[in-house]
Design a protein around this ligand. Sequence first.
Ligand SMILES: *Cc1c(COP(=O)(O)O)cnc(C)c1O
Length: 356
Amino acid sequence: MSVVELMRPEIQALDPYAAAEQVEEAVRLNANESPDTSASNRFRRPLNRYPEVRPRRLQAQLAARFGCRPEQLLVTRGSSEAIDLIIRSFCRAGHDSMVTHSPTFSMYGHYAEIQGADLIEVQTTGEQDFAIDVDALVDACRPETRLVFICSPNNPTGNLLPVPELERLLTARDQTSAVVVDEAYIEFASVPSVISLLDRHPNLLVLRTLSKALGCAGARCGAVIGPESVIRLLDAVQAPYALATPVVECVEEALQDEQLKRAHVMVGKIVDERERVASELANFGFVRKIWSSHANFLLVEVADADRVMRSCAEHNVLLRHFGGTLADCIRISIGSAAENDRLLGALNTISEVALG
Ligand SMILES: *Cc1c(COP(=O)(O)O)cnc(C)c1O
C-alpha cells in the first residue's frame, strides 16, 4: 500500500483550488484586485496583486537547501501549519489515531484535538535521558493509527532518536503509518537531517522550520518534505495564497548566502554558549540534573522550580516551566552571551538556604 492511501478518502479525491491565472505583463482583470499600487512600493512584487498561489522560487530555494526535489517540498506558515495539514489530511475525526513519545512538543496534541484524532502517548523518563523506545511506539500503534510523530532533537528534552532506530520504526510501520520527523532543531545537532532517507522510506515525512536556526520566527515559514504524491495532496489542503508577499520576499532574502553565513555563525555561537551555560549551571547547588542537548535550549531539573522561575522573573529573565512529569524541570533557551550572563546573574541571587 502506498502512503497516500493512508490519507483520508476525501483528501485523496480533493482537487487543488483553481486560482486566477497570473501573467506578469498582462492586463489583469481576472482576480478582482485593485489597480492601485501605492501600498506596494516597498516590495519587489506589488502588494495590490495576490501572491503566487505557491511561492515557487522560495520552494526551489528551500529544496536546494534541504537536499530534496522541489516537488517533494511544500512551503508552510511555520512548521506548525505543516503539523495541522498532516493531521487533518491523514486522520478521520473520531476514528483515527496518532502515536507520539512524551514529553514532546505540545502542538501535536493541540492539532490532534482540533481534528478529533486520538493521541496515544508513549512515556519516556528523565532517568533514561528521555530515550525513545521504538518497540514501545510500535506496540502502541493500533489498526487506526495513521501517524507516528517523532521530534528529533526533541523539544523540550533535547535528545535525538538515532537514525538506525528511526529506520526500524519506518520499516515496522511501512504499510500502516506515515512517520513524521520534526527537525525544528536539527541545525544545532551534531548529526545530519534524515531527509536523505526519503528515497528509501516512502512513509517518511520531515518537518523543517526557519524559526530557530535561521532566525525567522516572525516570518512564519517552514516546510514539509515527503513523497511527491503526499505533498501534492497536502498542497491541495493548504489555503491558496498561504504565503504572503512580504513573508516570501523576506525569507528569500534570509536564504541569500550572506544571511545564511550569518545564521551559521550564530548557530555555532549558540552551541558554544549552550555548553558554557550547562557547565556554569552545574555549579549551582539547586541544580540537580542537566540533560545533554542537541538543540538551542537546556532542560534542567532543579530543587524548587517555582522559586527559580520567580527569581528569574524578578530579574526580567523569562524561562519555561512545564507541569506533569516535568514539574521539577525548567527549559532554558540559549540566548546571546550577554543574555545568558543575565540568566546566570539572576540565578546567583537565589539563596541555597532558602531552597533547603
Ligand atoms: C519551535 C518548534 C517548531 C517550529 O514551529 P514554527 O511554526 O515553524 O515556528 C516546530 N516543532 C518544534 C518541536 C518546535 O519546537
